[in-house]
Write a protein that binds this ligand. Structure first.
Ligand SMILES: Nc1ncnc2c1ncn2[C@@H]1O[C@H](COP(=O)(O)OP(=O)(O)OP(=O)(O)O)[C@@H](O)[C@H]1O
Ligand SMILES: [Mg+2]
Length: 248
């Protein structure tokens, strides 16, 4: 469902003269099959967010191919990209990115409103998704009146508004305590199984990665290996991860 071939991305180095660049991704090759919950794990600065932004079609690679659900996103024009982003891929971030002046329901219906759908239908869909995530009783609450775990569930509900086949999550448990983290990871696992979605989470936490079936290790802008987590706990994942980093 997701395929990257030799994906490169560099940024202008901040403040550097003479056109110096930071190579964030240096030839990423990655293939993720169909439905399921998988992780991309790497140290700070290894290129996780850069890769996630490219997969979410929020940015374009310098070179290389990115294919999602049979669509070559690196070849889409701006208009097709905008459509693709909203409907085919959902994205969730570490800091939830909810609008503080809007209620949970208003945040979740926003993708529909922005896409020009009737207000009534958008609200109905928003309440449906909130209900599926056990958030109906909080639909009228603003983010400040929600716990971190609840805010993240609202952010996931918003990402599910158009029933995307792919959900990308950038450190979704990074701002949560361990109990809320575990609940959120269980929820993502359930969504992948029940809805047949491909859910890809980037993380640097072995405990979060251990919830996924498969972990792809990103090291200095390249995928250096893959860990099948069956039978491994967080410590087991951490050990395998360190081995893959060393041999890179
Ligand atoms: N907009 C930018 N301009 C310049 N350099 C950038 C930019 N975004 C990222 N980088 C650099 O690219 C590299 C990869 O960054 P990225 O944010 O993808 O890492 P990450 O793995 O997500 O790290 P973290 O775990 O800290 O979130 C880093 O060296 C970073 O400094
Ligand atoms: Mg990051």
């Amino acid at each position: 469902m997701i395929r990257c071939v030799d994906v490169h991305k560099s940024y202008a180095a901040p403040g550097a003269a003479g056109g110096a660049r930071v190579d964030a991704l240096r030839g990423v090759n990655l293939s993720l099959g169909g439905a399921g919950f998988s992780a991309i794990m790497g140290a700070s600065g290894s290129g996780k967010s850069t890769l996630l932004h490219l997969l979410a079609a929020l940015d374009t690679p310098d070179r290389g191919e990115i294919e999602i659900g049979g669509v070559r996103v690196d070849r889409l024009g701006e208009r097709d990209l905008t459509r693709f982003r909203g409907r085919e891929i959902g994205v969730v971030f570490q800091q939830f990115n909810l609008l503080p002046t809007m209620t949970a329901a208003e945040n979740v219906e926003l993708p529909g409103i922005l896409a020009g759908q009737p207000a009534g239908a958008s609200r109905k869909r928003a309440l449906e998704v909130l209900d599926a995530l056990g958030m109906s009783p909080r639909a009228g609450h603003r983010p400040e009146a929600l716990s971190g775990g609840e805010q993240q569930r609202v952010a996931i509900a918003r990402a599910l508004f158009f029933s995307p086949k792919v959900l990308l999550a950038d450190e979704p448990t990074g701002a949560l305590d361990s109990r809320n983290s575990a609940a959120l990871l269980a929820l993502l696992d359930r969504l992948a199984a029940e809805r047949g979605m491909a859910i890809v989470m980037v993380t640097h936490e072995p405990a979060a990665a251990a919830h996924c079936r498969c972990v792809h290790v990103l090291h200095d802008g390249r995928i250096t290996g893959r860990i099948e987590t069956e039978g491994l706990d967080a410590a087991g994942v951490a050990t395998r991860y360190q081995q893959l980093g060393r041999t890179a």
